[in-house]
Design a binder for this molecule. Sequence first.
Ligand code: GDP
Length: 520
Amino acid sequence: EYISVANLGLALGVKQHVFLAQLAELGFEDISKESILQGETAALVAQEYGFEPTVDVGEEKDLKPRPTPEDTSALPQRPPVVTIMGHVDHGKTTLLDYLRKSSVAAGEHGGITQHIGAFSVRMSSGRDITFLDTPGHAAFLKMRQRGANVTDIVILVVAADDSVKPQTLEALKHARAAKVPMIVAITKVDKSDANVDRVKSDLAAQGVEIEDYGGDVQVVSVSGKTGAGMDDLEETILLQSDMMDIRAETDGMAEGWVLESSIKPIGRVATVLVKRGTLRPGDFIAAGMVYCKIRSLRNEAGVEVDEAPPGTAVEILGWKDPPDAGDMVLQAPSKDKAEGATRYRQELKDREEDVATMAVQGEERREREREAAEKAEMERREKGNHRTGGSGGGEVVEKEGKEKDGREEENKTPGTQLVNFTVKGDVHGSVEAVCASVMEIGNNEVRPRVLLSSTGQVTESDVEHAATSGSSIINFNNPVSGHIKRLADDAGVKIIDHNIIYHLAEEVRDMLSALLPPNI
Ligand code: GDP
């Protein structure tokens, strides 16, 4: 329902400092790249740039039938991804080491695992659990700051001999903010001064709804030293993940997150946690501003594997530049597309930097203007004191000439039909990724334009804005209420709704090709 100036400028394809100058001309005051415009205001601005509603509702029937939204119940299960958090010295590392020894790869390779940021444990039932292996994993925190959840379940570790401590509460806060289910593991139960009941009542006092107190947070007592309760813990994790019905499709373009990135003797490597799809050697992926043709995949034992299915983490070789931990990873069908996605993001960043520079320059200019105005005011007063009369003020400050920049004309092939979109997604990273995928589509005849993008569910004002600007709404990984669907139907606004980015892109592509004249 709102858009930053930076994003609007980008959506309109106008170089940011030019855009800022033009906004000033349109009468906006004190505008910067962070300024937020209301949807309607943004729509008016967009109209100034020649955006007219282009969607002819009558054409709707000519579009290909809309694929049904993903029915996840038909998809294969994937391993749950688990993060262990808790107070220092409460036994997180010991617990992870115990689990790591029973890891899939360790089993196959004499118990030796190396640190890649995650490892998978195979249960006797044959099912896997993937653990992020740095307690309170930095990538987890960073991704959460961006609003993304890499983890499905948090295990809150509390030592039986020490109970709830400051970092326990900190971890609790993170788990709650991430809105992921939590399992409490009470560690060190082998110690003589262990007091499990005290831990339970202390947690209950902190508002943790543990099962002993009638809540639904499961509590397991374990010892990382003797291994007591470890099977129970693993079973509890699987039980929890069954309740959450964690599934993902194994084919289609893969999506994931960078957990870690480093330079090793073998080259640049990054551990990627795959959330959907399957990664294989030879695949192209893009993460942030870098892309990679996957040279090889290795598990936590350093052994090459043929594929990384959803819910697993692998170390990926083949990066030209290292990606950043916390970046979203997207598979691309070709090198060109992968490169295109990174170029788009680079452009986004460049423009943001341009605007930042502009903001600084603008601040300096305003400072100069203030000084000049003060000086003029003083001179005016002096003149006034001398009663010499005269002009009485007037324009004393010469505005700097507006900057000329031919680049605003870039990409404007005459006759290109622009199709407007509003992009909504669950988290910042996915909105960015969806925008990048959508912007890649099109040719000289028809191209998409993202007028608005924001996180959160589709709102009434999104629909209204889409109706006025002739946009279709792209919705990623958010539920759409029946009310909104009806509203959109009535307003003739199409909502493209998927949980998988490449399905979104496919539908946008179909939609654009339907707009092409026949025989082309
Ligand atoms: P972290 O800081 O949470 O990773 O804690 P560590 O795993 O490093 O454990 C801190 C100390 O507690 C170490 O000396 C461990 O040997 C010890 N410890 C951890 N788990 C257990 C346990 O289950 N039983 C006993 N007796 N000691 C434990």
